[in-house]
Design a protein around this ligand. Sequence first.
Ligand code: ZN
Length: 253
Amino acid sequence: MALVSTGALVLQTFPYSETSKVLRLYTGDFGLRSVIAKGALRPRSRFGGLLEPFTEGTASFYLRPGRDLHTLGGWDLVRSRQALGRSLSAFAGASLLAELVLRAGTEDPHPEVYAALAASWDDIAAAATPAEAERVVLTGAWTLVALLGFEPQTDACVVCGRPVPSGEPVRFDAGAGGVACIRCRPVGRLLDPATRADVARMARGHVPTAALVRPGAHRALLRAFLEAQLAHDRPFRSLELFLEHAPAADETA
Ligand SMILES: [Zn+2]
């Protein structure tokens, strides 16, 4: 058993007993881990109110090989990100990204996942408008999906393999994980060229600077993809909340 110290993002917390709580952490050095913060629910706990979702800190814990739950020894706060709790849409978006990492993350260290999640949380909190926050969440979601090994195929047909020119409308086959020629998939969800190009850029971490042409299409696409690729009969709890609080003034296309 070794005491280790690593950067950590709090994805989720739940009470473990009268006085303790379990944290699901995404750590810089050890990937996705669960730790127990003993006494954290006591009024005078040394952890105080520090251990809430979206908080970042340096976590020290006793790493027991082969165990699922490690004991938190110390927590040095880096950033609390309390602003994410002040609006329901920001909270929902930040929660969706946390849930994605909970679903698809592993114990293997993946510094890019850590950096993408932390940066997305910061950018949601800093967004000037709800529409900008939504673009950050959508970008964070596609970026994390790609980094975690589920990148949607956007440049070639998932059926025949033909490279699809950028201006060509295609189907989106969520179950197969990417686009398909209309000839190969005569029925199904249509994906317009602009939205396809946006998704390809978002998956590489680029937040669109201008308003999305079809925000409704983006939401529907992300929902279809997450349900097909990552839900595994357990719906994403935060997805509906995120979609319910999408900015208004959407078009129906
Ligand atoms: Zn095809």
